[in-house]
Every structure is written in C-alpha cells, then in structure tokens.
Design a protein around this ligand. Structure first.
Ligand code: SF4
Ligand code: SF4
Ligand code: FES
Length: 284
C-alpha cells in the first residue's frame, strides 16, 4: 500500500487528540479498492550536524504512528531507513542512549524546545512536528550527541567522593539523622544528565560551575566521613566560576527530572562558602 502525504493539505491533517498531538492521516486504499483505516504518521524534525565544525541543518522525517512510541523508538525507526519526508535518502541520525529507562541521563536532548530525556518522552504527549535538537551548553559532537565531559571534570574539581583509608572494614559508619539521610538521598539521584545546566542562564563558556556540581558538594559535605575533605570542596566552589555566579533564576530546579532540590543545595553551600571565607583561615 502506498501512502502519499501532502503536509500542506489541511484535509490530510487531523489535530487535537486528547494529548494535543497532531497526526497525519493519509487517505489509503487497499489493492482491492477498499478503504483502510487512515494511517497516521509522526513528523519529526532533527537538527543535524555531520561533525563539530560543520553547519547545522534541519531534516524532516515521517514515520508510521504506533501507540506508546517514545522518541528513541522514533529515532531507531528512522535509523533503519533514513529517508526524509521529501524522499531523499540521508545518513542515519546519531544520538546517545543506554539504560532506556531514565536512569543514565545520556539520551538528554532538547525536544520541542524543552530539555529532557528522549527515552521517556512519549510521542502521544508531544505536539507535532516534533523538533529534536542537541543540548546547546555542551560541545555538539554530531547530530544529537554532545560531549558532557565538562560535567565530570567539575565533579573531579569538587572532590565528589568520600575518601576511604583502604579497602579494609572500617566498621559501622557514623549515624545520620533521617532528615539528613532523606536530603542526601535526593542529591544522590543525580544522573549527570545536564538538564539543569542546559536550562541555567548562567552556565556556559566556563563562567559558572553550575547547580549539578554544587548539589554534589552538598551530598558529600553532609556525609560524616566526606566532611573530612569539606574545605577542599568549598574552595572549589569559591573560584572565579564559583557559586557566587548563580543568579537565582531557579530554572535548574524546574527542569531536573529527578526532582533534586538544587536551590536548597545552592542556598546551603552558599552559606557554607561564606562562613568558610570569613573564618576558614582560623583552622590553618
Ligand atoms: S538558580 Fe542558579 S543554578 Fe539554578 S538556574 Fe538559576 S542561576 Fe542557574
Ligand atoms: S541535578 Fe538533575 S538536572 Fe542536573 S544533572 Fe543531575 S539529574 Fe540532571
Ligand atoms: S537512555 Fe538512559 S536516561 Fe535515557
């Protein structure tokens, strides 16, 4: 069965399903002349780039609609047969993915203008045409793939781990209040996806360490053993690109898919750095 779609023909377009998606209904006939239920399509525009130095371009694809499609399934469908809506063949799009259940954070991209994970973005909940763009705060490697190593470099700078004194049994750890356990658990859920950094107006061009690293400072400074290297973390946050550059717009906390209380972490670490700046020299 061949299906011809004319996107400019309003008669072919049905809009306004329950979740606000647009679907493209093709008039279709079986070989024996009977009419089938209209086939529906998902229209996706992908911002493509062949290498870090080449110009970005848009390519539009149409794939058959299925219920419960997510963006990764759409990309896989396009990758199987990379033919654009205008019939031209192109290269398969490139993106990153791993866990497919919003745990690893690697599939993060900008979908319809909003930064989020592509494995958990459902077509039925998105307006069409769906636009896919790479995050803008990290170097664009190719198509939708970005290099997020700056985030991991920041984690190294803030010493985002707890020192241990060998691999022998250290005995029972110090007790923590349930409140502290709950707060630390929230920070521990960070999956270094980069959403908060993409949304932060201050982050970019090495001018600000960003909310993700600050939340990890809070996580490890609250730990009874992690406190031993607390000053090192605070000093990392007091550099030129440090915590003082937060403009308090609170975009970060709104986009974090793990609902991490980033503004609380920023508030607490701001307080800690001020106290360390004023009285830290007394410890020397
Ligand atoms: S509150 Fe600070 S860290 Fe969060 S988005 Fe605003 S400037 Fe960025
Ligand atoms: S704090 Fe939230 S938005 Fe930022 S990297 Fe971690 S999980 Fe992603
Ligand atoms: S593939 Fe891991 S979060 Fe999407």
């Amino acid at each position: 069965m061949s299906t011809q779609i004319n996107p400019t023909n309003e008669a072919n377009i049905s809009r306004g399903t329950a979740m606000g998606t647009a679907t493209y209904a093709a008039p279709s006939q079986t070989p024996d002349g009977t009419t089938e239920a209209a086939q529906r399509f998902v229209e996706i525009k992908i911002a493509r780039r062949d290498n870090p130095d080449s110009a970005q371009r848009w390519e539009t694809f149409r794939i058959p609609y299925r219920r419960n499609l997510n963006i990764i399934s759409c990309l896989m469908e396009i990758r199987k047969n990379p033919v654009m809506a205008n019939g031209e063949r192109t290269t398969p799009p490139v993106w990153d993915m791993s866990c497919l259940e919003q745990v690893c954070g690697i599939c993060t991209m900008v979908i319809n203008g909003k930064v989020r994970q592509s494995c958990s973005a459902l077509v039925d909940q998105l307006d069409q045409p769906i636009t896919l763009q790479p995050m803008t705060k990290f170097p664009n490697v190719r198509d939708l793939a970005v290099d997020r190593s700056q985030m991991f470099d920041h984690l190294k700078r803030v010493h985002a781990w707890v020192e241990i004194d060998g691999t022998h049994d250290l005995g029972a750890g110090a007790k923590m209040s349930q409140e502290d356990v709950a707060e630390r658990y929230a920070y521990s859920r960070c999956m270094t996806c980069g959403c908060c950094l993409e949304a932060c107006p201050q982050y970019g061009g090495d001018n600000y360490i960003g909310p993700q690293a600050i939340a990890q400072v809070r996580l490890f400074n609250m730990h009874p053993t992690g406190k031993m290297t607390r000053d090192e973390r605070l000093e990392a946050l007091m550099q030129d690109d440090g915590i003082q550059n937060c403009g308090n717009s609170q975009n970060c906390v709104r986009v974090c898919p793990m609902s991490i209380p980033l503004t609380k972490a920023i508030y607490e670490e701001n307080r800690e750095t001020i106290i360390h700046g004023l009285f830290g020299w007394l410890k020397r």
